[in-house]
Design a protein around this ligand. Structure first.
Ligand code: ZN
Length: 435
């Protein structure tokens, strides 16, 4: 055998060894104004440890992005030369994705992983399905940068509040009968005029009513909304002295203080108000109206940043598109509590093939094995410290703020060396490989 062949075999062995090791990532941060300030933000603490940068106490730290999206790329210290983006590195080493993922989604990560730290409500929004995403990207590429859909999953790290999906028809009746300012805004003598006489067979009609009211609110002038909101505020402040306000009424006052004269405050009355406990999750499918309101969460989604906004925002709104895409499902959304994989790990499986999320909390000295899977994983360490060991690789220390990329087909073991090692894994939905 020739000398050069030996060399290239050695190179290939080295390459294979490197490609079966955990790879450390440096992640991007987003300072949107709704984020928690300075070190109050978990995102700030994670980002500071991940990047070695200092936390600015006056800066909002809203989102930590882990993945390959161009608006917030993660970087790797490439063992074969210099710092490169995770996207470039994957495109040079596509084997790390596994052949099934490569065949289905090409040489890129199909999911994006985030941490959110929310002080003030995010906009009321919905994400287009694949077909609409392609059309919007084609017609308005500067506003809709991706041609992909963006189903998402929010998993609470703290108590977490959100608005999600239209309320049920029963709740619609309650809102119309108890919030006279709505009738004043949309016109008509009373709530009854808006509601069909016989509720039993009138679901379709009520649905049309809900959508018509929602669109009237979002399309009202700012002056008109401001006028109606001050009446609503005045009435609620008066009633507050006589009775305990409902959760929804308290929310309306809070949203109004964050977004004065914003139609989204009225629109919030027609969406379900969801409160998650730590460890509970919410899935948001295509075309479903939603807004995150408060708290910290892990978020996973298909790689895309397409958002159609309609209220509670100073960013560009696209109300017509939002109204045209709203899904018809009504009623309270399902809250996912996850499936127990072992004593320490819970899996959250959304009905989308791009991703799943595992939550793992390890007490001191406990170990857990993550078996080899046919797709890539991202690991995020939220608190505590410990070690990670993988096949063909020595053990590495891990701690809060560390983010690792794990190639496909690598089994790894994580051991806690602190009171509580708390981590998340995002990977391709295991149902995709079973199909
Ligand atoms: Zn969203």
């Amino acid at each position: 055998m020739e000398q050069s062949q030996f060399q290239s075999q050695d190179q290939e062995k080295k390459r294979r060894r490197v490609l079966s090791k955990p790879l450390r990532l440096r992640c991007s941060v987003k300072n949107y104004n709704w984020g928690n300030l300075g070190s109050k933000s978990h995102v700030a603490r994670l980002f500071s440890r991940n990047s070695g940068s200092h936390i600015d106490p006056d800066e909002s730290y809203a989102e930590l992005w882990i993945g390959t999206h161009g608006s917030g790329p993660s970087f790797v210290d490439d063992p074969f030369g210099g710092l490169s983006s995770l996207k470039e590195w994957i495109s040079k080493n596509p084997d790390v994705l596994g052949d099934q993922v490569l065949k289905k989604w090409g040489a890129d990560l199909p999911f994006l992983f985030k941490v959110l730290s929310i002080k003030k409500a995010l906009s009321i929004q919905a994400h287009p399905d694949k077909e609409l995403a392609r059309a919007l990207h084609k017609s308005q590429p500067s506003l809709y940068k991706d041609d992909n859909h963006k189903p998402e999953l929010a998993l609470a790290l703290t108590e977490f509040e959100a608005l999600c999906g239209f309320i049920s028809l029963k709740d619609l009746r309650t809102v119309l009968c108890t919030v006279p300012e709505i009738i004043e805004l949309i016109g008509g003598a009373d709530a009854e005029q808006w509601l069909p006489a016989n509720e039993m067979d009138r679901n379709n009609e009520l649905e049309a009513v809900l959508e018509s009211i929602f669109s009237q609110i979002l399309l009202s002038s700012k002056d008109r909304i401001s006028q109606i909101l001050s009446k609503l505020k005045w009435r609620l402040n008066l009633e507050k002295k006589k009775r305990e306000l409902t959760d929804k009424e308290k929310l309306v006052l809070r949203l109004e203080s964050q977004y004065p004269a914003d139609a989204g405050v009225m629109a919030a009355l027609f969406l379900n108000y969801v409160k998650l406990n730590r460890g509970e999750a919410l899935c948001i499918g295509a075309n479903e109206p939603h807004a995150y309101i408060y708290g910290e969460c892990i978020e996973c989604m298909a790689t895309s940043d397409n958002v159609v906004r309609a209220g509670l925002t100073s960013k560009q709104r696209d109300i017509q598109t939002l109204l045209s895409m709203l899904k018809r499902r009504k009623g309270f959304p399902e809250i996912l509590k996850g499936l127990s994989l072992n004593q320490y790990t819970t899996r959250y499986l959304p009905p989308f093939e791009e991703f799943e999320v595992d939550r793992c909390i390890l007490p001191d000295a406990a170990s857990v094995v993550f078996p080899s899977v046919p797709g890539p994983s991202l690991l995020l360490f939220i608190s505590g410290n410990g070690t990670i060991g993988a096949t063909l690789s020595e053990e590495h220390m891990v701690e809060e703020g560390d983010v690792l990329f794990m190639p496909a087909y690598v089994e790894f073991t994580i051991t806690s060396e602190s009171k509580e090692l708390h981590l998340y894994r995002a990977g391709i939905n295991s149902k995709f490989f079973q199909a």
